[in-house]
Design a protein around this ligand. Structure first.
Ligand SMILES: [Zn+2]
Length: 151
């Protein structure tokens, strides 16, 4: 896990995976904030935590604000989500790259979360975070998860 330099600006750190922002999109959509801050991000084998994000001051409240958009309201969801990306890439890099370019059938992805509908990468990360926080998914969700290299 990588920490930001104390004098660092989180915006200076690559915050996208090939053009797709990670939690920035989710929080923007969920709370209607025009200038959302990153809570965490994954890029090239490293998970970045934005220690300056207000999320970490009160993660329980912050996660309650985005309830329904993500697959859990666990205060550590952002960490699990980014870890899901990291493990996905480690497990099968080709499928990790492929997954970003596809959308999961909406009837299946919506069983996980709204964010899981974004693309295959977010689907895998959201399923992983869901599993880590005690969610049990249908066989069709788990089949898609495995086929995309999620485990
Ligand atoms: Zn993500």
């Amino acid at each position: 896990m990588a920490n930001l330099p104390q004098d660092g600006n989180f915006d200076d750190i690559p915050d996208e995976i090939e053009g797709v922002p990670i939690l920035k999109i989710g929080f923007k959509q969920a709370i209607g904030d025009d200038s959302p801050e990153h809570v965490a991000a994954y890029r090239h084998g490293k998970i970045y935590l934005n220690a300056k994000s207000d999320h970490w001051l009160n993660p329980i409240t912050k996660m309650a604000e985005v309830a329904g958009f993500l697959s859990s309201s666990d205060p550590n969801h952002p960490i699990y989500h980014e870890l899901g990306h990291a493990l996905h890439e480690r497990r099968n890099k080709a499928l990790f790259i492929f997954a970003r370019r596809i959308k999961i059938d909406a009837e299946i992805a919506v069983q996980v979360s709204a964010y899981a509908c974004e693309n295959g990468q977010e689907f895998v990360a959201e399923v992983y975070a869901g599993i880590q926080t005690g969610h049990v998914y249908t066989n069709e969700v788990m089949t898609h998860y495995r086929h995309l290299g999620g485990g």
